[in-house]
Design a protein around this ligand. Sequence first.
Ligand SMILES: Cc1cc2nc3c(=O)[nH]c(=O)nc-3n(C[C@H](O)[C@H](O)[C@H](O)COP(=O)(O)OP(=O)(O)OC[C@H]3O[C@@H](n4cnc5c(N)ncnc54)[C@H](O)[C@@H]3O)c2cc1C
Length: 446
Amino acid sequence: MLQFDKLSLNIPDTAKPRVVIIGGGFGGMNLAKSLKDKDVQVVLFDKQNYNGFWPLLYQVATAGLEPDAIAEPFRKMFDGHTDFHYRMVRVNKIDPATKTVTTLIGDLHYDYLVIATGSKSNFFGNEQIQKYSFPLKTIPEALNVRSQFLQCFEQASVTTDSAERQSLLTFVIAGAGPTGVEMAGSLAEMRKHVLPNDYPGLDFSEMKIYIVEGLGKVLPPMSDEAGQKAQRYLEDLGVVVKLNTLVESYDGETVTFKGGEQIKTQTLVWGAGVTGALIEGIPAESIEKGRILVDPINRIQGMTDVFAIGDIAFMKLEKYPKGHPGVAQPAIQQGVHLAKNLRRLMKNEPTEPFEYFDKGSLAIVGRSRAVADLPGNVHLGGFIAWMAWLFVHIWYLVGFRSKLIVFSNWIYRLFTYQRGTRIIIRPFVRKDDKVGQEIMLKNEMS
Ligand SMILES: Cc1cc2nc3c(=O)[nH]c(=O)nc-3n(C[C@H](O)[C@H](O)[C@H](O)COP(=O)(O)OP(=O)(O)OC[C@H]3O[C@@H](n4cnc5c(N)ncnc54)[C@H](O)[C@@H]3O)c2cc1C
């Protein structure tokens, strides 16, 4: 048994400047890679032992990919880096006065600290929604969603109660951003190509998929053209799109919208908002709208050697008054750029401000149905955008093995319309669902 008083971060002392990075996502990973073998010690803390490729998380949730296809372990990723140290631990607090970070198993002094903790689901203070809905930000959450979907079909195929069956076959996705749209499209394709074969006893005309959005368009971060096209693609696939609709409550059985309309469902997927994954110790005046205010070199306002990059960073510029979009590219580019600036700071050279190069955005609804906004006000849809989406996602996946798995998986699906991962590895049962717990226990008894 591990004993706390016997644990230590075990990072070697060094005469080199020590850069501590909290979070090895798109931002932190690119920063650490860009500091490779420079004259610095790099310490990476992340509460999970892998870098996740979140744009494909919905495919794990909809039985399209296994989790290991979209995740690369840090220990493998940084194999061969000298004076690089990774520890799987959550950072709880920072103390800029003593230049230390505090974790469950000890403190560590830093010379330069970079916060790259990304964002987390935002339930806007609604504890009931937080308790009963299914967020989609991490691999365990995606596996919960996958289990829930598959369990709903299994249960629907054995219930004799038609109201219960209808509720099991109804799926509501809150938030019509890229993740919500991709989830809804993917589920609709499963309904068309996969589920009728798996469950010949079920009538899939009973299966309903809703996507609800508080704003007036689908894909709010993208152009109107992209939003309209994506909405048309979703509707063609039989998804019910509800705009200007806010979820007010959800008790695990009924979603109630502002205005009173209700839908009975066992599954509400929550993709309706994110907020920064903040850490204790950052002054309140450096935080705005859940993100950390930074200057043009990503230095946290009011601090000297502490920086923030990626989703958590709020760099207010004339061109980006609301900060950079919360997507992978700003995080990647800030990570690479900050590495150069840290080198300059260490050599007392002048730093250079960060400039975001917008490569455009993409979202997929289904086979041959995708949308793309490209620089120069170019909007693409259909097959070309779909091909672009496939290419970009393979290109940016970390690690040759993941690229190969995802590519071969997609080729397989292209010809067979199948999804190979419809397996309930870890059944999902809510902690307060006594009947569900009992059934699971009895099923597991040998
Ligand atoms: C489901 C989903 C789909 C997405 N789809 C797209 C897309 O199609 N295109 C696109 O460009 N962007 C997409 N995004 C957004 C994109 O993934 C983020 O913008 C990007 O990950 C931000 O990078 P980051 O480095 O700031 O944070 P992340 O990549 O989220 O990394 C943060 C890391 O910090 C770690 N961490 C957090 N708190 C702590 C702590 N206290 N201690 C230790 N470690 C900690 C986490 O474990 C994580 O590894 C999607 C996001 C999600 C969730």
